[in-house]
Design a protein. Structure first.
Length: 324
């Protein structure tokens, strides 16, 4: 007998980003963070518990081993512990963009969220706990910190907390508060988020960043709830530059921008001079987001595409959900 479920989750754009872990095993950061999910991108994952010979993970039709499998099993092992089961697992997952193709679009977030949601359902935990978003977000966090925010969906806040119980995400606003439109421009990068988390700790500005982020946190949340795109956009730009300043001032002086990244920033700044509500946002890596509203999204998407970039247009995405 097997227990099987499929879940779908959306990757997120960090609005107030985080870098550095005060507990790397539990993936607990130094401060809260806020993000928004993208509905045009997704990870869909099927989890099946049963009498299999071994645990197996397949992503986009490729069998995974090593670190990728180990990270997925951090979620599975937590679910097995909570559900009091010992069954082996078969995981089949697909992304709307090829695994490992881009950096900075948060696919570890949707991967962790979809895996946690499917495992929660397939293990029988839903029958005893209900569809507990807070608990699912705590489980997803074990694969990638940002995954807990993809569980909550739309606009979500990850409360950093101090232990497993207090580090979780919840939805703080919906697209009815701010119907953000986004253009994502992905670029590949060999620099890992894990490396960035370690690198920023060596920056002399790290403590200042924590204080700055905590002040900006409430301002960003208020801007979303008030539907204030202009204020949100300026705050997110500031946060993005501050985040990259940390990696640039760490011991290895890592610069993650590409010339194309700078070109898009300059494009955004020119549009701002024309009084168009358009703002850029970056996470770890050279990939970049453009945030705007429904009046300008098609125009901006068209111009970015004409510049030769592989752009992805998106609205606000929902929380993790079961597909079957």
């Amino acid at each position: 007998m097997t227990n099987k479920a499929t879940a779908k989750a959306h990757p997120m754009q960090g609005l107030l980003k985080y870098h550095g872990m005060k507990d790397s095993e539990l993936r607990i950061p130094f401060h809260d963070s806020i993000s928004v999910c993208l509905d045009s991108l997704f990870t869909k994952t099927t989890v099946e518990f049963g009498n299999f010979e071994k645990d197996e993970l397949i992503i986009n039709d490729e069998i995974q081993q090593g670190t990728v499998l180990d990270r997925a099993l951090t979620i599975i092992d937590k679910v097995r512990l909570l559900a009091k089961i010992n069954d082996k697992v078969k995981i089949t997952s697909e992304n709307s963009i090829k695994f490992g193709e881009v950096k900075g679009l948060g696919f570890s977030s949707s991967a962790g969220a979809a895996l946690a949601g499917a495992a929660f359902k397939a293990s029988g935990l839903e029958s005893t706990n209900g569809w507990d978003i807070k608990l699912i977000s705590r489980i997803a966090r074990l694969l990638a910190g940002s995954a807990c925010r993809s569980v909550a969906g739309e606009y979500s806040r990850w409360y950093s907390g101090n232990d497993d119980e207090t580090s979780y995400a919840e939805k703080i606003s919906t697209k009815s508060d701010l119907d953000l439109k986004m253009v994502a421009i992905p670029f590949p990068s060999g620099y890992t988020t894990e490396s960035a988390h370690k690198e920023v700790l060596t920056s002399s500005f790290f403590d200042v960043r924590i204080k700055s982020a905590n002040i900006r946190l409430e301002k960003i949340q208020k801007s979303i709830k008030n539907g204030d795109l202009d204020n949100l956009g300026r705050l997110v730009e500031e946060d993005s530059l501050e985040l990259h300043a940390l990696t640039m001032t760490g011991k290895d002086r890592v610069i993650l921008f590409r010339p194309e990244t700078i070109n898009i920033i300059n494009f955004v700044k020119q549009k701002q001079k024309e009084k168009i509500p358009i703002y850029y946002s970056m996470q770890t890596g050279p990939s970049i987001f453009i945030n705007t509203n429904s009046d300008y999204i098609d125009e901006i998407y068209s111009e970015i595409s004409e510049m030769g970039f592989n752009a992805i247009k998106s609205s606000v995405g929902d929380s993790v959900r079961i597909e079957n």
